[in-house]
Write a protein that binds this ligand. Structure first.
Ligand SMILES: [Zn+2]
Length: 413
């Protein structure tokens, strides 16, 4: 039985969106037919990108893993900052595979420490989003976790495989005005790299990759727009390209494949600008939820101030216990999100949203449910109506033949 696994995370592909357009996705449908589909894989609360990735990698809830949002509270800096792989407090599938003597490759995926990979190809979004060397006022220190990810050198085997398939060995430089084509090109390059490494001799035991353009286009054009549907069709084509490479090399039976989203998506009609309601508020907008840094007394005043806008306090269960004195959750009403002013000309408490769709809804919202398909020699044929976010990692560990006893939740099959 093969215990090799390719994980393809498609950023923002919700359970509902997948169901609506799956007939347009022949490669994913082929995997579905031969493997196992979870109709609704619930999201980590909060249903945002970095917390979703860490949930997939660890199987722990955010209060245990330490990564509850895209941003975390840095008590040394007394500021919110983007989460990094070093914020993850529990073992990842990469660390578990490594200690079981298995080889691992991160190909363009985020929240994985370079020390836990035999091959680290950084995600294309790190430079410019998590760190920005052109924009950050201070130079990014070399030991900054995201800088370590960027600086990790590729292996000779990766360079050899790129040469064999005439592939670029790094993301192409961005060109002004061509951001979306660049993102799409990066996703396809990642798929090419996955295919090239999966047919290498020897090939890694675990390959983890992600396709990011769907999330970006979903935010900008909405759910089920021709544009966002097209990005998911592109992700399907990228999956097909990988499957064809495996077939050409005669190694398709050696591999299991898992495809899933990191969170879902829902429509937004109005943005709430918290800084125009509570001028000195310290917060991180995480979609339709916001994480607020405040004392209990300050937060009570904030809740009173935002109540006229339908905003209410939410649970703190996603925060590590020691952060609960100072971190609090606000939940926006239906079809509202929290968007920062970011120096733009927005002086009103609410306004037209920059993103007409988003993720990170009220904890447990079905809008954040995502699609999930697994297929391969170690995956039974079948279907589950739903599964918890915590079950994704233990299920993937089981496919790889790793110990599943120390995961908080049981595998789906
Ligand atoms: Zn995402």
């Amino acid at each position: 039985m093969s215990q090799k696994l390719i994980v393809l995370m498609v950023d923002g592909i919700s359970a509902d969106h997948y169901t609506a357009i799956r007939q347009q996705l022949p490669h994913l449908m082929a995997l579905e037919k031969q493997g196992f589909r979870i109709d609704r894989l619930h999201a980590e609360q909060l249903g945002v990108s970095l917390a979703g990735r860490v949930s997939m990698l660890t199987g722990h809830t955010a209060d245990q893993s330490g990564v509850f949002g895209n941003k975390t509270w840095d008590s040394a800096k007394q500021a919110f900052r983007y989460a990094t792989p070093d914020d993850v407090r529990v073992p990842t599938l990469f660390a578990r595979a490594q200690s079981a003597g298995r080889s691992t490759a991160c190909i363009g995926a985020g929240m994985i420490r370079p020390e836990e990979c035999d091959l680290m190809v950084p995600p294309n979004w790190v430079d410019g989003w998590a760190i920005n060397r052109a924009r950050d006022p201070e130079p990014v220190p070399a030991d900054h976790p995201w800088q370590r990810v960027v600086d990790a050198p590729p292996t000779q085997q990766f360079l050899d495989q790129c040469a064999k398939f005439s592939l670029l060995t790094d993301y192409p430089a961005q060109m002004e005005g061509f951001y979306e084509p660049w993102m799409l090109m990066c996703d396809h390059l990642i798929a090419d790299w996955v295919g090239a490494m999966a047919v290498a001799d020897p090939s890694p035991d675990l390959i983890w990759a992600e396709f990011c353009i769907p999330d970006h286009v979903l935010h900008g054009t909405g759910i089920n727009s021709p544009w966002s549907n097209w990005t998911i069709v592109e992700a399907d084509m990228a999956v097909g390209k990988i499957m064809q490479r495996l077939k050409d090399a005669g190694v398709q039976d050696e591999w299991n494949i898992a495809v899933m989203g990191d969170h879902g998506f829902g429509p937004i009609e109005t943005a709430i600008h918290l800084e125009n309601i509570v001028p000195d508020i310290s917060y991180s907008g995480e979609g339709a939820v916001a994480v607020v840094h405040a004392s209990a007394a300050e937060f009570a005043e904030i809740v009173t101030a935002v109540a006229p806008y339908g905003v209410e306090a939410g649970p703190q269960t996603m925060f590590p216990v020691e952060m609960r004195d100072e971190l609090h959750l606000l939940i926006a009403p239906d079809k509202y999100s929290f968007e920062g002013v970011y120096g733009r000309d927005r002086t009103e408490p609410t306004g037209a949203p920059g993103a007409i769709a988003t993720h990170g809804f009220r904890p447990g919202s079905p809008l954040d449910d995502r699609m999930c398909i697994m297929a391969g020699a170690n995956v039974p044929q079948g279907k589950a109506a739903e599964a918890d976010a915590t079950q994704a990692a233990s299920t993937m560990a089981k496919i790889m033949g790793l110990d599943t006893g120390s995961f908080p939740a049981a595998p789906v099959f």
